[in-house]
Design a protein around this ligand. Structure first.
Ligand code: ADP
Length: 495
């Protein structure tokens, strides 16, 4: 059963009970009031009749010392008419409760008579046929005798009025219930509208429409529920989009990975087949074996790099305070004299919160990329500066640069702008993906500024522990790291 119908049903039950009880109480109250007024009048009448009887008895001739039964009947008959057109109904009994006079139609039983005594009055409401009466009884002292006078007063009207009241009230109740049901139907459907809107929203979401939002039409608890539901739907949509992006990225990754494996494996299999099926001269055999070795090494390096990315993504960084001068010293020692490049190292004193080996990996990758993108002898500036946002590291080259539309993609695994150039320099498109993962766990990100043909600048910021204060550590002379340095490492190993 619908919730609004349940509310409606309960409202009708409550309203019917309330109307029923209040109607019964009201009609009965009016009836009781009328009846007690009638009882009062009947008792008054009984007293007046008793007094009239006693007065009439005083006029009895003086020869009687005791009121004779015949006189009792005479007085009773006179009181019965009492000068009125409607006859009174009365009964007079003697001391032994023997009836001396009774009006026509006096149908009351003798129970009340039995209860009467000297100065004892009583009354009761009795039904006779389809009529109701108030039956009263009182004692009368008349000329040496104690007599009992009973009257019957017709109060059927009061009972009829009660019956009419009940029937009228039943009709009023029915009409009110009908009108109330219509009004309450509107009220209950208005009250449950937010629930209907929420149900519609959940159905739309279950059908895959995650951008659908429930309309908020009230500010009460249901309005709050709608707000919370919409908030939950928003979070859900965000998570689903994130999941979809991750799935897409994983699929792209798998595709690129398969492609990256295919090329070297085809060559390795081809050369290995040639070695086993042909008798080659010494030089060709060496060349074939060497190709198999170098491609195998490349695959090995790629699998290590992949492992790095996966492990880095899953682990938390072991953050420590590091003097930036230490990092620069390491970089200078690593690159000085190993490349035909013009390196400039500039390090402002600072202290960052990071995992030192991971940050060294990032910088080595960036410097290695800068070398690969530059002509031999090109200048590469590696800088560390204290800024408002934190300690900023940057690696700038003046090499081939990266077209704007490619800049967004180069941090994706296996992405290479110029594949043949990258492969010729032993690249696999994994270095920047690893950098991005490392920076992510340091709550930082890689910023890229580049122009095709003009060069690139890769930059990232780490929290500066000294807030610009001097880290008391000697900074190596930047000039020491400058200069043309040896042969470029063709092996491509970055760490
Ligand atoms: P790779 O192993 O190929 O160097 P990376 O993930 O480090 O992989 O770089 C992805 C691609 O981004 C490179 O193949 C290259 O095309 C481009 N790239 C990276 N750094 C630079 C740079 N400093 N100048 C120009 N292109 C760059």
């Amino acid at each position: 059963m619908k919730f609004s119908y349940k509310i409606l049903l309960w409202m009708i039950v409550v309203m019917a009970l309330a109307l029923g009880f209040s109607g019964y109480y009201l009609v009965n109250y009016v009836f009781e009031t009328s009846l007690s007024r009638e009882v009062g009048q009947a008792l008054d009448e009984s007293s007046i009749l008793g007094f009239a009887f006693e007065t009439a008895a005083l006029n009895v001739p003086s020869k009687y010392t005791v009121l004779p039964d015949s006189t009792v009947e005479e007085i009773a008959s006179r009181l019965e008419t009492g000068g009125q057109s409607a006859r009174r109904m009365l009964r007079i009994s003697d001391e032994e409760k023997n009836v001396l006079y009774v009006s026509d139609g006096f149908t009351a039983g003798e129970d009340l008579l039995g209860q009467l005594g000297v100065d004892i009055k009583a009354h009761e409401v009795i039904a006779s046929g389809d009529k109701y009466y108030i039956h009263t009884g009182t004692s009368v002292n008349a000329l040496g005798r104690v007599l009992y006078l009973e009257t019957m007063r017709d109060v059927s009207v009061v009972f009829q009025e009660r019956a009419v009241g009940f029937s009228l009230y039943r009709r009023v109740t029915l009409v009110m219930l009908l009108a109330g049901t219509i009004i309450m139907h509107f009220i209950s459907s208005l009250l449950t509208k937010p629930i209907r809107l929420l149900t519609r929203a959940t159905k739309r979401m279950a059908a895959g429409d995650y951008s659908y939002r429930a309309r908020q039409i009230s500010r009460d608890e249901l309005g709050q529920l709608t707000r919370d539901f919409n908030r939950m739907a928003k979070a859900l949509k965000k998570n689903i989009e994130k999941l979809e992006e991750e799935i897409e990225a994983r699929e792209e990754f798998m595709g690129a990975f398969a492609h990256e494996l295919k090329t070297p494996l085809t060559a390795i299999i081809g050369y290995a087949d040639m070695l086993r099926s042909h008798k080659l001269d010494e030089e060709k055999s060496f060349l074939s074996a060497n190709y198999i070795y170098t491609e195998g090494k490349r695959l090995e390096a790629m699998s290590f790099r992949l492992l790095d990315i996966i492990v880095t993504g899953k682990n938390k960084a072991d953050m420590q305070k590091i003097l930036t001068a230490d990092i620069f010293l390491y970089l200078q020692e690593m690159f000085a004299g190993t490349r035909e490049m013009d390196f400039t190292f500039t390090c402002e004193p600072g202290e960052v919160l990071a995992e030192i080996n991971l940050i060294k990996t990032v910088l080595v990758n960036l410097i290695d990329n800068a070398c690969k993108a530059s002509e031999p002898g090109g200048s590469i500036e590696i800088e560390g500066r204290v800024t408002e946002a934190g300690y900023a590291f940057s690696v700038r080259d003046h090499g081939i640069g990266i077209p704007e539309k490619e800049q967004r993609k180069i941090t994706k695994a296996f992405y290479m702008v110029d594949k043949s150039r990258a492969r010729s320099k032993n690249g696999a498109g994994l270095g920047l993906a690893l950098c991005a993962e490392i920076l992510k766990i340091h709550h930082s990100e890689l910023q890229i500024e580049s122009r095709a043909g003009e060069g690139s600048c890769f930059r990232f910021v780490l929290p500066d522990c000294t807030k610009g204060g001097a880290a008391e550590k000697a900074v190596p002379d930047p000039q020491e790291g400058q200069g043309r340095q040896g042969e470029q490492d063709q092996d491509g190993d970055k760490t």
